[in-house]
Write a protein that binds this ligand. Structure first.
Ligand code: F6R
Length: 609
């Protein structure tokens, strides 16, 4: 979703801002803009569409300055127009904003009564006018920002410059991530470290309620009471190479192929220890996990599906009851909390607003024991959780989540095994068997990746279709759900997933010779049941595309296509069977010519409701 970058330096910062905005493109956006302090003036350029168009306009207008801010906008309040694009300006104050101001209508009325004229439909413009209002009252830029944010309800990350104060930019954070990048004689702000990696790896993460003043020669952070406060400096380990495409056509393709490495990195500590240790989830995890009597998982989208796989594992392996719920539903219902249950939030980005709010709601109900499974260090959700398992997938740029999903599954499997161990339900032999299964996992995933040419051929059958069904049973049912989500979000083919046994209770009516049916059918205890369900499809003329593994006794026949992974990998089979459905979606989207990495209407990090 929206992205922020800002810079103050002795050199021209316009290239820094443009490069930063390009690095933020993956998050999804529909317009972009920059504002710079040029002498005693604010100059601004905004465009709908790609950053490159805005860059062209800035170039032809000769933009150059040592202080400036930039933004990529994903429309929420007001359509995709140039006047709604950020930065917004009020009488020489320019500002960029991520988040949503809930009381913007009241503020707008109030400011209009004071004589302010609005030129956009955004919630953001009120903040620019509010800051100007306080500047008029005699505050300096920092003081005006600190007063203004106290009148805002909602979520914001803000970066602000003023033509009257060319020596600094100020910023604020509440509910949306914002960090400061520390350079030599130059400093930066950004909503995501990828925007400033070109300039520095040294970062300070702002905390909720913080404001800050950023000058060329230093930075001062203030807490929510406007008191100076020291925030720790971190060295970002996001690598620039993870932001480059390399030999691949799309980031999604690159990220699918990175999975053996990503899984290996994520399980490194487990494999090194050779056992499941509570410390995988934080140094004080044992005290928390030992008393746990159940698990409540909260997540959205693909992360919800990894939670859905985990429910099967946690109940079967640890014997603890486990529920999984979509975060945006949980946060608005009257839930019954059991404080002895562990609340697990799963989020690639660590920023998803619905998941964050569900976590806050769970805490307000009395849940103290919280664990975050997350791919982005220091992001909001792990920071708000007692325990953390960081997946080490590396930056995920494609909007459709791939390597984050499979690495989440590793973390969740480790959780199931660790809870089982603490409950005395994991024998030494079983533990050794699980560790061995993990050790072989990257190799098995590589075998599944090697099926790409066959899957690409299959995709030709999907390219002209309007609908597709995905079937799975048991722990592979969530993989069918994930396969359908991947196909719909990047190829725009309507796809639905069902537990195969549910077909005859309704969806079978949809099946005819125009409906391809993808079946996840590994050689497990439910295989014979799945085979019966496939007969039901075939008898109605449905064409079957079956992903299975060794020894499952499927043979190809008319209307039944089979792709087989080399061997059955036991309990980790859902991870291996994810690969073919990712590749099927990717190749179908490729053939349909969609924007694979930035599918329409979607954003990488969903920081609005
Ligand atoms: C789908 C996808 C989304 C995300 C969802 C949650 O491919 O990526 O469904 O999984 O928006 O995002 P995170 O995991 O960042 O909380």
């Amino acid at each position: 979703m929206c992205g922020i970058v800002g810079a103050i330096a002795d050199r021209d910062v316009v290239p820094v801002l443009i490069e930063g905005l390009k690095r933020l493109e993956y998050r999804g956006y529909d317009s972009a803009g920059i504002a710079v302090v040029d002498g005693s003036d604010i100059r601004r350029v905004r465009r709908t569409g790609r950053v490159a168009e805005m860059e062209g306009a800035a170039g032809s207008e000769g933009f150059s300055a040592t202080l400036g801010i930039g933004h990529t906008r994903w429309a929420t309040h007001g359509g995709v127009t140039e006047s709604n694009a950020h930065p917004h300006v009020s009488h020489g104050v320019a500002l960029v904003h991520n988040g949503i101001i809930e009381n913007h209508e009241q503020q707008r009325e109030r400011l209009m009564a004071m004589g302010y004229a609005f030129e956009s439909q955004t919630d953001t413009e009120v903040i620019a006018h509010l800051i100007h209002h306080y500047l008029q009252g005699g505050d300096d830029l920092l003081g005006a920002l600190q007063r203004a944010v106290k009148e805002l309800h909602g979520a914001y990350a803000l970066a602000v410059v003023s033509r009257k104060e060319p020596g600094r930019m100020v910023c604020a954070r509440m509910g949306c991530p914002l960090l400061i990048g520390l350079g030599e004689g130059e400093n930066f702000v950004a909503s995501d470290v990828s925007a400033i990696l070109q300039a520095t790896r040294r970062v300070i993460f702002l905390e909720e309620g913080d404001t800050a003043e950023v000058r060329r020669d230093g930075v001062q952070v203030f807490d929510g009471d406007d008191q100076p406060v020291l925030r720790e400096e971190h060295l970002s380990d996001v690598s620039l190479s993870s932001l480059e495409l390399g030999p691949y056509r799309h980031f999604m393709q690159k990220e699918i192929h990175e999975q053996p490495r990503a899984l290996g990195d994520t399980m490194e500590a487990i494999i090194d220890a050779g056992v499941f240790e509570p410390t995988l989830f934080g140094k004080d995890a044992e005290a928390v996990l030992r008393g746990i009597e159940g698990v409540q998982i909260l997540a959205c989208g693909t992360s919800f599906y990894s939670g859905s796989v985990a429910r099967y594992w946690i109940e079967a392996i640890s014997g603890l009851p486990c529920s999984v719920e979509i975060a945006s539903e949980y946060r608005y219902r009257t839930a019954v909390a059991n404080p002895k249950h562990l609340v697990v939030t799963i989020s690639q980005s660590g920023e998803t607003l619905d998941t964050m709010e569900a976590l806050k709601y769970a805490k307000s109900l009395g849940h103290e024991h919280t664990l975050s499974i997350c791919n982005v260090p220091e992001s909001a959700i792990p920071r708000a959780s007692k325990l953390v398992f960081y997946t080490r997938a590396g930056a995920e740029i494609g909007v459709a989540s791939t390597k984050a999903f499979t690495t989440q599954l590793v973390g969740l499997f480790a959780l199931a095994a660790t809870l089982a161990k603490l409950n005395g339900r994991l024998s030494e032999e079983k533990e050794a068997e699980y560790i061995e299964a993990l050790r072989h996992l990257p190799g098995s995933v590589q075998h599944a990746l090697n099926l790409e040419p066959q899957i690409a051929l299959w995709s030709e059958s999907f390219t002209p279709r309007h609908h597709a069904l995905f079937l799975g049973r048991g722990v592979h049912y969530p993989i069918a759900l994930e396969g359908a989500l991947k196909l719909k979000e990047i190829s725009y083919i309507h796809a639905e997933a069902y537990p195969a046994g549910e077909l005859k209770h309704g969806p079978l009516a949809l099946v005819d010779d125009a409906m391809p049916v993808v079946v996840i059918a590994p050689n497990d205890s439910l295989l014979e049941k799945v085979k019966s369900n496939m007969q039901e499809v075939r008898a109605r003329g449905g064409e079957l595309f079956v992903f299975t593994d060794a020894d499952s006794n499927f043979s190809e026949s008319e209307g039944v296509h089979v792709i087989r992974t080399p061997r059955h990998v036991g309990v980790l089979s859902p991870i291996v069977h994810t690969i073919p459905v990712q590749l099927l979606a990717y190749h179908t989207a490729l053939a349909r010519g969609t924007d694979v990495d930035k599918p329409r209407n979607l954003a990488k990090s969903v920081t609005v409701e």
